[in-house]
Design a protein around this ligand. Structure first.
Ligand SMILES: Cc1cc2nc3c(=O)[nH]c(=O)nc-3n(C[C@H](O)[C@H](O)[C@H](O)COP(=O)(O)OP(=O)(O)OC[C@H]3O[C@@H](n4cnc5c(N)ncnc54)[C@H](O)[C@@H]3O)c2cc1C
Ligand SMILES: *[C@@H]1O[C@H](CO)[C@@H](O)[C@H](O)[C@H]1NC(C)=O
Ligand SMILES: *[C@@H]1O[C@H](CO)[C@@H](O)[C@H](O)[C@H]1NC(C)=O
Length: 407
């Protein structure tokens, strides 16, 4: 069969197979709706990167029906530790439901029927045709859809189509690494974090053998052009920055394989862009990082993408499954319902997105300031401030995945 010459038509197309895209597809699937996920890479992008899932994420995963199966495989990480390397002071604060996950995407992917994810499918442009959107893919094929959802991450094409302003650079970058050591890394379970001279270093053990670490820093101070492409340099950089930390921290960085070290600039969408701009327009909307790219300082990027997904699936399913009141069902009437559904999603998520981006930025800004005064403050209360901000933002319930009958 010569498939590529045929124009395919779909009801719901999701661009991007990250956390947001897969969770949205799963939410829709739970409510009885089929969707197609287009992912530009040739497989699930599981680069060994773990994310920390906070309370709100667990509520969303429960709503999606995969909370329990994820909880089963991974023990809970008991505490949260934030410290300053200068004095060696660490404050340990219990944080509820703070778990680490490295197989979140795999679990999401497994729960979905095979057909719903199409790899090596990069969307290059979007065109409006009546009540449909026409997507052009990099391989030359086209695809028509009634609903277009952009879960295409920080450099979202769909967000651009909606007229949202580009995310801005925060002035900071992050280096992340993942280590697997058969002899064990020696860290206690928990979230370990240290601040020092404009640099923040943290690590999160998954189990006794695997560990994920990150280092965020002010890149205007230590700008180095070829570091971006050079993992060996990144490693040296981090080792220099954490020389005052316990030997254990350096040992972990030291043993990290170069192919699991990545450096990325930290970007965010200016929060007021979300208050003024269009999160949805007609039958198109954005979700996840495409909607609210934020700095990673309160660990909410992925968690809030899960919230988005539950809300979006609920709003869209409600709109699509609603019977027309006068019995007449045509494209125009259906388009109207979709538009209203996506507007409802936008309304529910606008302020939440605004607060999340703002809180992340403030926490990051405060933590990475350098100087004696900041070090003093950090020791006294900033680690507590960080923990309390994290907890406050994580205390959110996206609701259940059920559709109300009242129209
Ligand atoms: C240092 C760091 C630490 C972090 N720590 C945490 C944490 O502890 N907890 C947490 O919750 N979050 C954390 N995050 C944030 C989290 O990783 C992101 O918020 C989350 O991955 C966003 O998911 P997404 O699905 O919206 O976007 P992405 O994961 O970026 O997925 C987008 C997908 O779309 C695909 N795509 C893009 N364009 C196209 C196109 N044109 N056509 C087809 N496909 C396309 C991409 O290939 C990609 O697979 C951290 C981020 C950083 C940088
Ligand atoms: C980085 O450091 C420079 C020089 O001290 C400072 O002007 C800038 O505001 C800092 N940026 C951030 C994001 O902290
Ligand atoms: C939002 O969309 C409307 C309708 O298309 C448009 O008139 C308006 O200018 C858009 N707003 C922004 C900030 O892009």
């Amino acid at each position: 069969m010569q498939e590529q010459v045929m124009e395919m038509e779909e009801d719901i197309v999701i661009v991007g197979g990250g956390i947001a895209g897969l969770a949205t597809a799963l939410g829709l699937h739970r409510l009885g709706l089929r969707s197609l996920v287009l992912e530009s890479s040739d497989s699930l992008r599981i680069t060994g990167f773990a994310i920390t899932l906070l309370t709100n994420a667990w509520r969303a995963l429960d709503a999606l029906g995969i909370g329990n199966s994820l909880r089963e495989h991974y023990p809970r990480i008991p505490g949260f530790e934030a410290g300053s390397s200068v004095s060696g002071v660490t404050s340990e604060v219990e944080s509820p439901d703070k778990n680490g996950r490295k197989d979140l995407l795999e679990t999401l992917g497994r729960e979905l029927p095979r057909v719903t994810i199409r790899y090596s499918s990069k969307v290059v442009s979007i065109e409006g045709t009546g009540y449909h959107k026409l997507l052009h893919l990099a391989d030359g094929s086209t695809l028509k859809t009634k609903v277009l959802i952009g879960c295409d991450g920080v450099n979202s094409l769909v967000a651009k189509w909606l007229g949202l302003q580009k995310p801005v650079y925060s002035g900071r970058s992050s280096i992340r690494g993942f280590v697997e050591n058969p002899d064990g890394h020696g860290f206690q379970p928990g979230f370990h974090c240290h601040f020092d001279g404009g640099v923040r270093y943290g690590c999160v053990p998954w189990d006794d053998k695997c560990l994920y670490w990150f280092c965020t820093y002010n890149s205007s101070l230590q700008y180095d052009e070829d570091m971006q492409e050079n993992p060996a340099k990144m490693k040296q950089f981090v080792l220099r920055k954490i020389s005052q930390l316990p030997q254990q921290a350096a040992a972990v960085v030291e043993m990290t394989e170069l192919n699991t070290i990545f450096c990325s600039p930290l970007k965010l969408r200016l929060p007021w862009n979300l208050l003024l701009g269009n999160i949805s327009k007609g039958n198109v909307c954005v979700s996840g990082d495409a909607l609210h790219p934020m700095t990673p300082d309160i660990g909410q990027g992925g968690c809030s993408a899960l919230e988005d997904s539950v809300v979006l699936a609920r709003c869209l399913a409600e709109a699509l499954l609603k019977k027309p009141t006068n019995g007449i069902q045509n494209e125009e009437e259906e388009f109207g319902r979709i538009k209203k559904g996506l507007e409802k999603f936008a309304k529910e998520r606008r302020w939440r997105s605004f607060s999340l981006i703002s809180a992340s930025y403030v926490v990051g800004f405060i933590q990475e300031r350098d100087g004696k005064m900041m070090n003093f403050l950090r020791e006294k209360f900033l680690s507590r401030f960080t923990v309390s901000s994290m907890r406050k933002m994580a205390d959110f319930h996206c609701g259940e995945l059920i559709i109300s009958d009242s129209h």
